[in-house]
Write a protein that binds this ligand. Structure first.
Ligand SMILES: Nc1ncnc2c1ncn2[C@@H]1O[C@H](COP(=O)(O)OP(=O)(O)O)[C@@H](O)[C@H]1O
Ligand SMILES: [Mg+2]
Length: 319
C-alpha cells in the first residue's frame, strides 16, 4: 500500500486503481487467514478420528452368541446359581453367590462398600459374564439371549445418574421416547420430583447443565428414577438410587414403586437400613458371600451382622 501511495503521488497510478488494489489485498489475505483455521480443524479432526478408531478396536468382553434369541419374560424369575466372579485384578468379588427372586418379589441387598453389591447388578445386565455359575431369567441363561433384549427388560437406576445437558423433560423421556404426556406426569409424581419441577420458572423445560451440574444430588437421582419408571421394565434395579434423599422422600418413592410395579421384580441396593424394613427379603452381603438373609424381623432376631449395623445406624440417626 505504501508503494502504491507513492505511485499515486507521482501521478503514475489513478485513485481508482489504488482502491482496486486495496480490495484485491483484502480478498487475498482473508482466505489465507482462514486457511490457518482450516488447518487446525483438520489436525483436530484427525486426532479425534484416531481416538474413535481406538474405541472401535476395543475388544468387547461380553459376546452375544450367533444364534442368540430374544429373552422372553413370562414370570420374571431371576436366578443366580453358585456365581463366582472377579474383575481383571483376579481378586474374588462374588463367591458362590446364589439368589432366587420370584415374580413381584422385592429383594434388598445390603452390605459394606466393596462387598460386591453393584457387581450383582452389572452381572444381571450382562456387562460381564460370571467366571463360574449361571444367571438365568425365567430359566433362560443370560449367555444364550441377545444383549438388547436383556437391556430392554431391565430398568436400572445406577449409583450415579448420568444426565444429558438438555431439559429435564428430555432426560426423563430418554427412558421411553414414545411415552405420552400423562405417562410422563405419572412417572414424575411417583419419583416425588413434581414439587421441585413445579417450583422452577421453566418447569420441566429447564436445562440441567453439563452432566446435570445445576441440580442437587437428590434431584438428579429422582430424575433418574422417573426415567426408569417411564421405561416400565419388568425387572427393576435400584443401586443406591435414593442415597442422597431424605428419609421420608426415600420411603415415599419406594412405596410408590411397590404399589405401581407390583408385577415387577425389584432389587434394591441400599446402605441405609431404615428404608428397606418392609422389603420381602433382605440379603446381607459380605465379601461377595451372603452371610444373612430373611425379613427385617428375622435378621433382627438373629442378632448378627445386620442387627449390629442397624444398631449403629440407629445411633447415627439420633446424632
Ligand atoms: N471395573 C472394575 N474393575 C476392577 N475391580 C472392580 C471394578 N468394579 C468394582 N471393582 C471391585 O470389586 C469390588 C466390589 O465392587 P462393587 O460391586 O462396586 O461394590 P459395592 O458393594 O460397593 O457396590 C470392590 O472391591 C471394587 O474395588
Ligand atoms: Mg455400589
Amino acid at each position: 500500500m505504501i508503494l502504491s501511495i507513492n505511485e499515486v503521488k507521482n501521478g503514475n497510478l489513478s485513485l481508482g486503481s489504488f482502491v482496486g488494489l486495496n480490495a484485491i489485498i483484502i480478498q487475498l489475505s482473508m482466505p489465507l487467514n482462514f486457511l490457518g483455521t482450516v488447518y487446525r480443524e483438520i489436525r483436530q479432526a484427525l486426532v479425534d478420528l484416531e481416538a474413535l478408531f481406538k474405541i472401535f478396536a476395543q475388544e468387547i468382553e461380553v459376546k452375544e452368541k450367533k444364534n442368540a434369541i430374544n429373552l422372553m419374560i413370562n414370570k420374571c424369575d431371576i436366578t443366580f446359581e453358585n456365581v463366582h466372579f472377579f474383575y481383571k485384578s483376579q481378586k474374588p468379588v462374588l463367591n458362590n453367590f446364589s439368589l432366587k427372586i420370584s415374580r413381584g418379589e422385592n429383594v434388598a441387598i445390603v452390605g459394606q462398600t466393596g462387598s460386591g453389591k453393584s457387581t450383582i447388578g452389572r452381572l444381571l445386565f450382562r456387562f460381564y459374564d460370571p467366571v463360574k455359575g449361571r444367571i438365568m431369567i425365567d430359566g433362560q441363561l443370560l449367555t444364550n439371549v441377545t444383549l438388547k433384549s436383556i437391556q430392554q427388560n431391565i430398568g436400572i437406576v445406577p449409583q450415579d445418574t448420568v444426565l444429558f445437558n438438555d431439559t429435564i423433560l428430555h432426560n426423563i423421556q430418554y427412558g421411553n421416547p414414545q411415552a405420552s404426556e400423562s405417562q410422563i406426569q405419572s412417572a414424575i409424581k411417583s419419583a416425588c420430583i413434581d414439587d421441585f419441577i413445579n417450583s422452577l420458572p421453566d418447569g420441566y423445560h429447564t436445562i440441567v447443565g453439563e452432566r446435570g451440574l445445576k441440580l442437587s444430588g437428590g434431584e438428579k437421582q429422582r430424575i433418574g428414577i422417573a426415567r426408569t419408571i417411564l421405561k416400565d421394565a419388568p425387572i427393576l434395579l435400584l443401586d443406591e438410587a435414593t442415597s442422597s434423599l431424605d428419609y421420608t422422600t426415600e420411603k415415599n418413592i419406594l412405596s410408590n414403586l411397590k404399589k405401581e410395579k407390583n408385577n415387577s421384580s425389584m432389587i434394591i441396593i441400599s446402605h441405609r437400613l431404615s428404608a428397606i424394613t418392609d422389603i420381602d427379603k433382605i440379603i446381607f452381603l459380605k465379601s461377595g458371600t451372603i452371610i444373612e438373609e430373611g425379613t427385617h424381623s428375622d435378621l433382627m432376631n438373629a442378632k448378627g451382622e445386620y442387627f449390629n449395623l442397624w444398631k449403629n445406624q440407629e445411633v447415627d440417626d439420633l446424632i
